[in-house]
Design a binder for this molecule. Structure first.
Ligand code: MIC
Ligand code: SF4
Length: 648
């Protein structure tokens, strides 16, 4: 039987287990990336492991999230990151060089390699034929120290692309279609592998838009073949030597195959507050728009920005629209400048933001109260823009440009009626390249002193699993609670290296009294226990969504189901993810109920059935824990760092 691309790449990297979808495997990681918001904690953990140097082929530390620098905290973190990178053999990408995923695709991504990144949109690298996976910072730290990465061997879904996109219809619309089909839940443990004749009609950045937002479906990663288009992209990046061909065998078997005809894709949008809420742009036509933001790791490539620049050439932004652009990288900004696109964008009234995450993570450009904000980014969770009452819609660059002109949600195909032709931007044969914003590691690590400003605190240590858990339900939440609900980013993100302070913002967007309640429960000696619905922990890879609960004394979360990265993060920090055996038991628990999990330590050790007592309601219910032997040991030890210490 033939093999698909994902199987081919993974099999070359498996160090424990074998290709058997659904079973745990360990793989060797070739490349890692971190960004500053998750990176400080990841490097503190890496330092704690005592490795003298990273053991990967390539590790890059990007600064792209916290670049606003109000107060000393962000700048302190940057200096810490720079000193760690220089000392331990990591390339440092300075603030201003661009968003990690865009820059990595341009300068480092290589077909056939594995990439682990402490950011959930690491699968962007799948656009160039990598198996690129997002993970918590601790897993990335382990990989940098030479450890394997453990994952569930994925079930591969083949997406057979046919035809060609029509003018004004974009790669973003393709992935929004995928979200309509697959939704944001129920895809844990799967991977999308793209194939078919339609693949060759898509440029590498378009492929990367599609693999980037596979993260919103909750798949482990998404991968495209590596073909002549990939080669041309690498050649334009002066890296043709990094190219290799990668194709699925014609008789490869998949878990499932779906067909998607690109010529039938129409402009789509994800309406508030989930990337899975899909409508056609036509359905919302005429809705007044207050803000348009172009950028983020999903849609900030040269092609994206030049397309919008060409559409807006000689036009002015509608007076009611605040129009913001954050180019994906310094390279993108330099190339659109040289090719005249920047002049057209500025001429149209664009506000040019730094080449960074910026508006996407809500640490700048928050829209007005109840604003309608059209964004080319990938997430529109409640409050993520920094304005809780704002309504964020995810759209393609083409749809964004149409709204800039009209001030309303407009199907970009209707721009033809205004005499605007589809620009059909071609990829450059060669990009202007300047790598001077990378700082390379030193040959003399002994001379490097690590910079630790007052914002850098030690990562808190977890306690081993107690014999029994006595706790209280601090909060009961519904389905699809994202890590943005659990611990917000935006302006609070500057406390990422200060866990006690950051913990004060836990669940802030859902319940402003959470922290006080949790503190009381912890101080009374009980464990904080969270109850959740389906797909708990969607979205980002931020391990603080587990680390801060751990700091508050949480030992268990009971949900109907969990998302992949968050599950791994909970386990890494010694919190056991439990699922209801009978989902209707969810309805029988309330916030404030006292729960007991008797004898949990022995039960887990022996792999027995686990029961939870609701002593407030005098009820008992059963829960499942789906842990590998390794994960069981980690939970019992009180997290991965303690487990590693015990093993050593
Ligand atoms: C995001 O898009 O939510 C982030 C901010 O990039 C996160 C990482 C973080 O919280 O630092 C992600 O996607 O993993
Ligand atoms: Fe940055 Fe937004 Fe991409 Fe996250 S999704 S890496 S915040 S641009």
């Amino acid at each position: 039987m033939g093999k698909g691309i994902v199987q081919k790449i993974l099999e070359k990297h498996i160090v424990e287990g074998k290709w058997e979808p659904g079973k745990e495997i360990a793989i060797k990681i070739d490349q890692t990336l971190t960004q500053d918001a998750t990176g400080t904690m990841a490097y503190l953990q890496f330092e704690a492991m005592g490795a003298p140097k990273v053991k990967t082929e390539l590790s890059v530390s990007y600064v792209d999230h916290n670049t606003v620098q109000i107060g000393f905290e962000n700048a302190d973190d940057h200096k810490y990151l720079q000193s760690v990178a220089t000392k331990y053999g990591i390339i440092y990408s300075r603030a201003g060089n661009g968003i990690c995923h865009q820059v990595h695709l341009e300068r480092f991504g290589r077909p056939g390699k594995t990439l682990l990144g402490s950011d959930s949109h690491t699968p962007t690298g799948g656009g160039i034929g990598m198996v690129a996976i997002g993970a918590g910072g601790l897993d990335v730290a382990v990989a940098m120290a030479g450890g394997s990465f453990y994952l569930t061997c994925p079930k591969v879904i083949k997406v057979n692309l046919r035809g060609k996109l029509k003018p004004w219809c974009a790669a973003k619309d393709v992935v929004l279609k995928m979200l309509e089909i697959f939704t944001t839940k129920g895809n844990v443990g799967c991977v999308f592998e793209y194939a078919g004749d339609g693949v060759k009609t898509l440029s590498v950045p378009e492929r990367a838009t599609i693999t980037n937002m596979g993260a919103e479906c909750g798949v482990t990663t998404s991968v495209f073949p590596s073909d002549e288009t990939t080669r041309a992209f690498l050649k334009a990046q002066d890296r043709e030597k990094d190219w290799s061909e990668l194709n699925a065998d014609s008789d490869a078997e998949y878990e499932k195959v779906i067909d998607l005809d690109l010529s039938e894709i129409v402009p789509l949008t994800a309406y508030p507050h989930s990337p899975g809420n899909i409508k056609t742009v036509k359905e919302l036509e005429g809705m007044e728009v207050d803000q348009v933001c172009l950028g983020s790791c999903t849609n900030s490539s040269y092609k994206d920005l030049m397309t919008v620049a060409n559409i807006l050439k000689g036009k002015k932004a509608h007076p009611n629209v605040s129009f913001v652009i954050a180019p994906g990288s310094k390279q993108v900004l330099e190339n659109i400048t040289r090719d005249g696109g920047l002049t057209d964008l500025i001429g149209a009234g664009a506000r040019i933001a730094e080449s960074a995450c910026g508006f996407c993570i809500g640490n700048s450009q928050s829209p007005k109260t109840e604003a309608v904000s059209l964004r080319t980014s990938n997430r529109n969770f409640l409050g993520r823009s920094g304005t809780k009452s704002a309504q964020a819609y995810l759209v393609s660059p083409e749809t964004a440009a149409a709204a800039v002109i009209t001030g309303k949600m407009t199907d970009p195909r209707d721009l033809e009626k205004r005499g605007i032709k589809y620009p059909n931007v071609q990829m450059p044969e060669s990009f202007y390249i300047d790598d001077s914003m990378f700082i390379y590691p030193t040959e003399h690590p002994e001379n490097i002193k690590i910079n630790r400003g007052p914002n850098i605190g030690d990562p808190p240590a977890a306690l081993p699993m107690p014999d029994s858990i006595t706790g209280e339900v601090t909060i009961k939440v519904e389905d699809q609670i994202t890590t943005d609900h659990i611990i917000p980013a935006g302006s609070k993100m500057k406390y990422r290296s200060n866990v006690p302070k950051y913990s004060e913002f836990l669940f802030e967007v859902v319940d402003s009294n959470f922290y006080e309640r949790a503190k009381k429960i912890r101080d009374s000696g009980k464990s904080n226990i969270f109850i959740a619905g389906l797909s708990y922990g969607q979205g980002s890879s931020r391990e603080h969504a587990a680390l801060c609960p751990m700091f508050m004394g949480t030992k268990a979360v009971i949900a109907k189901s969990f998302e992949r990265i968050h599950t791994a993060n909970l386990i890494n920090f010694g919190i056991i993810p439990l699922t209801f055996k009978n989902e209707s038991d969810y309805n029988k628990i309330e916030q404030g109920d006292d729960l007991e999990i008797p004898n949990i330590k022995n039960v887990i050790k022996n792999g027995e059935n686990l029961k939870v007592k609701n002593t407030s309601k005098e009820l008992e219910f059963e829960v499942d824990y789906n842990l590998s032997d390794r994960q069981r040991e980690i939970i019992l030890a009180g997290g991965t760092l303690a487990y590693m210490k015990n093993k050593a």
